[in-house]
Design a protein around this ligand. Structure first.
Ligand SMILES: *Cc1c(COP(=O)(O)O)cnc(C)c1O
Length: 430
């Protein structure tokens, strides 16, 4: 059994029989010594879909040949360009088209959502978040608490991990909501935790949060394109995410935002801009803001068309693959990675990410067990650098974690076997 896991011929046969195998050829795989890298960093920067270049060049061509007319001329006029990504994006996140919009960057969208949905009062001033959140999220939440004149010491409640590997149980979340519920204005929670790779039950968090009288918003940076999120059914009030990780839309890509349909006509305050104004009267330019119903009403500016073009290409790939099939393949790939580690590498790598498939996405966070590496440095960084010199690309989190994320669109079992083989080679030499 163990040996068949490591049998390259058997692994190649499984890859060849995989129904999604063809998608790998639709991405630019970076090379190492003339052969593709084993690239496991799609949780940080997803690879470029080959279709992206044509989409970007189409915009450049339109600009060159049509200039201002490009706003109106088919195909793909710029005026309604965001709508070209809307339906496919709604599909990926399990939302209605009117609930999603591609705009700005993740942290900007988080602030815009908090402006509308975090309305603290003296009775209910607090936000519940996870301790150890991605720093930008913490900065955004802390600054929002301060902006409203409240004190992060008491009103930014950070829930500490209660499980051995730094993950958080649903029981702990429920207990925190029960304890602080009467003071909570909002809960902001990740879909998939960036450091541990833990996936959360969004629907249950939203249910508990709403029952306590709080607004519930999600940061899906590591969840979108990775796990099915069913945003509409989760009943979240809002969600934000970026498109450069599993969504493969390029560095600093235009981000995403979800506002639940029940808020489509909200009277909540918002920071407004002309692109959120009702489209029929936007160009009357009369100075009175009338919001477009739904998520599009939060747009500020006319969007960067060159930035949206790669997202179009990426969503075209996602539409053909489909999230259910991608998730099925992702479960297989990550289970294979886990099996290899458990079979041969358990003395070197400790899996931090939860073992239950429904509590994780593609990523496994691997703690490198203590020891000295080839160069006498701490083992973790030494192994990480060794892998990079062999064309195996993960990413590094201080002090001792390597994150390995097999992306089901372009990674295969052979990549995963290569990772395990190189870790074993390093261990043999160390
Ligand atoms: C990647 C990531 C960010 C990055 O924020 P930007 O505004 O896109 O720079 C923020 N939060 C989380 C949880 C992330 O994973």
């Amino acid at each position: 059994m163990t040996d068949s896991l490591f049998d390259p011929a058997r692994i190649a046969a499984l890859d060849a029989a995989d129904p999604l195998r063809g998608f790998r050829d639709e991405f630019h795989l970076p090379l190492h010594d003339g052969a593709p890298q084993a690239y496991f960093c799609g949780n940080s920067l997803g690879l470029q879909p080959k279709g992206a270049r044509a989409m970007v060049e189409e915009v450049l061509g339109k600009w060159a040949h049509e200039a201002v007319e490009g706003h109106f001329l088919e195909p793909a006029p710029w005026m309604p360009y965001h709508a070209l990504v809307r339906d496919a994006l709604a599909n990926v996140v399990g939302a209605e088209p009117s609930e999603v919009v591609a705009m700005n960057s993740l942290t900007t969208n988080l602030h815009l959502m908090l402006v509308s949905f975090y309305r603290p009062t003296h009775e209910r001033p607090a936000i519940l978040m996870e301790a150890g959140a991605f720093p930008s999220d913490r900065h955004a939440l802390e600054s929002q608490v301060r902006f409203h004149g409240f004190d992060p010491e008491t009103d930014l409640i950070e829930l500490r991990p209660d499980e051995a590997d730094g993950t958080i149980s649903m029981d702990a979340i429920a207990a925190a909501i029960a304890e602080h519920g009467h003071r909570l204005a909002a809960i902001v929670w990740p879909g998939v935790q960036y450091r541990t790779g833990q996936a959360f039950d969004l629907k249950e968090i939203a249910r508990l949060g709403h029952a306590a009288g709080a607004i519930v918003g999600f940061d899906l940076a590591h969840a979108v394109g990775n796990v099915p999120v069913h945003l509409h059914d989760s009943d979240a009030d809002f969600a934000v995410w970026c498109h450069y990780k599993y969504m493969n839309s390029g560095p600093g890509a235009v981000a995403g935002c979800f506002v639940h349909a029940r808020h489509a006509h909200t009277a909540r305050p918002r920071f407004a801009g002309w692109w959120g104004h009702d489209q029929a009267s936007r160009f009357k330019m009369d100075g009175k803001f009338v919001a477009t119903p739904g998520a599009e009403g939060w747009q500020l500016s006319n969007p960067p068309i060159l930035g949206l073009a790669p997202l179009r290409a990426s969503l075209e790939v996602f539409s053909r693959a489909g999230m259910p099939a991608l998730r099925a393949r992702s479960l297989e790939l990550t289970a294979y990675l886990e099996a290899l580690i458990r079979a041969r590498l358990a003395d070197t790598l400790q899996i931090v990410t939860p073992g239950e498939p429904e509590r994780r996405g593609a990523q496994l966070s691997l703690r490198v067990l203590q020891g000295r590496g080839l160069t006498g440095r701490a083992a973790g960084r030494d192994l990480f650098d060794f892998l990079a010199t062999r064309g195996v690309i993960g990413d590094w989190r201080e002090p001792d974690v390597i994150r390995i994320s097999p992306a089901p669109l372009y990674n295969n079992r052979a990549d995963i076997l290569r990772f395990a083989t190189e870790v074993a080679a390093w261990r043999g030499a160390a």
